[in-house]
Design a protein. Sequence first.
Length: 78
Amino acid sequence: MTQTYSTANGSVAGNSFYGTAHSTTYGGAMIPTSTYDDSITIVAFNGQPNIPSVVYDARFICNSIGAKYGVTCLTAQK
């Protein structure tokens, strides 16, 4: 049996969202794996951008994962 625990934090500063997440798994069999580093760049817009790309509503995403992972979504002061 395995169990995984995850924590996440996020905040909004100006038109940018910054976040981190960490997961730890306990139990199960030991399987050698390679480690890797990964990153993602999030670009925020004030309003709907006119670009041919997949666009997500940052407030919706933060509120959606916030409930699951205990993230508090902050709003930047204007």
